[in-house]
Design a protein around this ligand. Structure first.
Ligand code: BTN
Length: 319
């Protein structure tokens, strides 16, 4: 049904019923189901149905066509879903299956998209990018504390390739543009202290957020489409993300976060700024002084250097 409607043109109920080999009543029911996921379908008597705007649906073929051969060689299958609770949760079901490492999952719509610290990640249908990657690391989870920072750097690389300039990272892994959230990273992992570790690396990028959904986001946000010329291709962006993230995972595995410290300095939005940290033990204020080799944030608090690991901490940049 969506493939038939994706062009944004009118299709009569009769024509849809014939193409899809189902009754007109079944077409009507499907249209209602689409509306529940946030897809606006216009219904005009005498003309039929059309989407309020054309949609570029996710396509495994189109993503693969944009991948560098060595990146494709490191992947182990795609799962492209119309809807799911959360692409991270979908892959988490396979966290204990080493044979599934390298699987990529993308969805058009997440019913229960998750952000860090128990937040909701708004995931309207067909608009943004929701991508998760299942990866196996030989090391234990402790060595992966800085992984999300390295993935953030890789994401900025992918976004820059679309023509975006000026994005930075608010520790540990919020991708911000002009102070507003553009993309986020959520990593779930499980492993033995001595390794190996299986990790689900989840990435969400706001591309073209419908206003009604945007109203539900509880922090300043922005969307990629507003900041670049030409239409963003979600399939090309998914390929660009994988082209940057997959080699980053290899580099991280080999060198750890130390291979990324220089790039971090360029992208660190908190560096030398006064910050507030909301920790489970209360609020701390000080001047941010970069990160250490484990990815902990270094903050000068009343002349004393203190280090904070990401976990449940939220960082606010003072204006
Ligand atoms: C954050 O900044 O709070 C992290 C947001 C991570 C969102 C992505 S979308 C794909 C994957 N599935 C989820 O449920 N969450 C991550």
């Amino acid at each position: 049904m969506l493939n038939a409607l994706a062009d944004g043109r009118f299709h009569s109920g009769q024509a849809l019923a014939e193409t899809l080999g189902i009754s007109r009543t079944a077409i009507w029911k499907q249209i209602h189901k689409l509306a529940e996921t946030g897809v606006t379908v216009q219904s005009v008597p005498g003309r039929g149905y059309r989407l309020s705007e054309a949609l570029e649906l996710l396509s495994q073929e189109a993503i693969i066509a944009g991948l560098q051969p060595e990146v494709l060689g490191r992947l182990n299958g795609f799962q492209i879903l119309l809807e799911t609770d959360s692409t991270n949760d979908h892959l988490k079901a396979r966290l204990h299956d080493p044979a599934a490492a390298g699987t990529v999952c993308l969805a058009e719509y997440q019913r229960l998209g998750r952000g860090r610290r128990g937040r909701v990640w708004q995931s309207p249908f067909g608009k943004n990018l929701y991508l998760s990657l299942l990866w196996r690391f030989p090391c234990g989870p402790a060595s992966l504390q800085g992984l999300s920072l390295a993935v953030g750097i890789a994401l900025i690389g992918a976004l820059t390739q679309t023509g975006l300039t000026g994005a930075g990272i608010k520790w540990p892994n919020d991708i911000l543009l002009e102070g507003s959230k553009l993309a986020g990273i959520l990593i779930d992992m499980t492993g033995e202290a001595a390794g190996p570790t299986m990790a689900v690396i989840g990435i969400g990028i706001n591309i073209a957020m419908p206003a009604a959904t945007g109203d539900r986001i509880d922090q300043p946000w922005t969307e990629l489409q507003q900041h670049i010329q030409g239409k963003v291709s979600r399939n090309q962006l998914a390929a660009d993300v994988l082209n940057h993230v997959v080699p980053t995972l290899g580099r991280y595995e080999q060198w750890g976060l130390s291979a990324f410290l220089e790039q971090w300095q360029q992208l660190d939005l908190a560096r030398n700024r006064m910050v507030r940290l909301l920790t489970p033990q209360g609020e701390v204020q000080g001047r941010a002084q970069g990160i250490d080799e484990s990815g902990a944030l270094i903050v000068n608090v009343d002349g004393l250097e203190r280090r904070f690991s990401s976990g449940e901490i939220s960082l606010r940049l003072n204006t």
